[in-house]
Design a protein around this ligand. Structure first.
Ligand code: GTP
Ligand code: MG
Length: 346
């Protein structure tokens, strides 16, 4: 382990790639490494980029990489792709988009498939981001496709969340309604070279200004309150709204300045503690939910299932009473197997 840690801290690309492959395939790291990662990380900002497929997330990250390199920063990128899209080349797409940086020793780009293991997107992403942080990359950028619950999860993981929208998506308003905007620290309207981008910018500003920002995810840790923020000319409801052209780089410098400034503002002990609570609460909830679901699946399969079905059908007790017994039995099984529960189940 010491040898591996040493290599990771020295940013040995092979060791890093191997550790990330393990995370990608198993959804977890070696427990000893995991404990070390938790202790040694949490200082570096993670920026999340989310938005509909093809909106220009990878193109923007590529443009940011170039500018961050000019500032002598070493950058880690985790590009998360739902596995269903892996076959149609999307995964390759992210790599290709950022290819010119792939040979740069100070940039590390890793694509991750998702949903192959319990815990979903966030746990593997968290581990990979921590690995990048341990290896000295700062900041860590995370790209996710903004189409569902996972992206809300990623907002709970990232320090800053950039939501990208672009003209030409019929379902744009749908996304706005679906709450994607609620997780944004900055909303970026990309492809401002295309018609309709002004209209979209206005719609986003109106939506943000009009809606009370129920930042459920960010406030989900107990004992936290959000602070009301004021509208300014380039911010609605406290959220910055910026129009850019990722492809030509127009507006990217300003966006980076804004991200770096927000980063500095977020580097208070309070903000970091709140971020940590959010991350860890999500991890706990996801893993615990997953354990409980698997335990119940186990208890409700084969001969075991028959026993519960018979008892309920016969009217031995009420549904609630049987469920109480069933869950207690399932959790007892988890307790018996301890932390080997997942390996026992596989
Ligand atoms: N017109 C125009 N096209 C752009 C701009 N930025 C990116 N694109 C194009 O949009 C397409 C998709 O870009 P990507 O960066 O791959 O988008 P993405 O959001 O990463 O896509 P996925 O990872 O597949 O979800 C590419 O053909 C880009 O060249 C822009 O500012 N204007
Ligand atoms: Mg992409």
């Amino acid at each position: 382990m010491n040898d591996l840690l040493d290599k990771l801290c020295r940013s040995d690309r092979r060791a890093l790639a191997r550790a990330m492959s393990q995370v990608d395939s198993a959804g977890r790291t070696d427990p000893e490494l995991e404990v070390h990662l938790r202790r040694a990380t949490g200082q570096v900002p993670w920026w999340g980029f989310t938005g509909p497929p093809g909106v220009g997330k990878s193109t923007l990250i590529d443009a940011l990489l170039q500018r961050l390199r000019e500032k002598q920063r070493r950058i880690g990128v985790v590009a998360v792709d739902p596995s269903s899209r892996r076959s149609n080349g999307a995964l390759l797409g992210d790599r290709v988009r950022m290819m010119r940086h792939a040979v740069d020793a100070d940039v590390f780009i890793r694509s991750l498939a998702t949903h192959r293991h319990e815990g979903g997107l966030s746990d593997a992403t968290l581990h990979c981001a921590r690995l990048l942080e341990l290896a000295g990359y700062d900041p860590v950028l995370i790209e996710t496709v903004g189409v569902g619950q996972n992206e809300v999860e990623i907002a709970a993981v990232a320090d800053l969340c950039v939501v990208m929208l672009g003209p030409g998506y019929g379902d744009e308003i749908q996304l706005i309604k679906a709450g994607l905007l609620e997780i944004a620290d900055i909303v970026v309207v990309n492809k401002c070279d295309l018609p309709e981008s002004d209209r979209l910018l206005n719609e986003v500003r109106e939506e943000l200004a009009g809606t009370a920002r129920a930042r459920d995810v960010r406030q989900s840790a107990p004992g936290e309150e959000g602070s009301p923020e004021e509208d300014t000319p380039d911010a609605a409801g406290g959220v910055a709204v910026m129009g850019i052209e990722a492809k030509t780089g127009r507006g990217v410098e300003e966006l980076l300045d804004r991200l770096l400034a927000m980063d500095r503002a977020h580097r208070t002990a309070d903000a970091q503690a709140s971020r940590d609570r959010r991350r860890v609460l999500g991890e706990l909830r996801r893993r615990a939910t997953s354990v409980c679901e698997q335990a119940l699946d186990g208890a409700l399969s084969g001969e075991e299932a028959k026993r519960w079905i018979d008892r309920l059908s016969r009217g031995d007790a009420s549904l609630d009473a049987i469920v109480a017994e069933l869950t207690a039995a399932a959790l007892n099984e988890v307790k018996k197997r301890g932390q080997n529960y997942f390996s026992c189940k596989k």
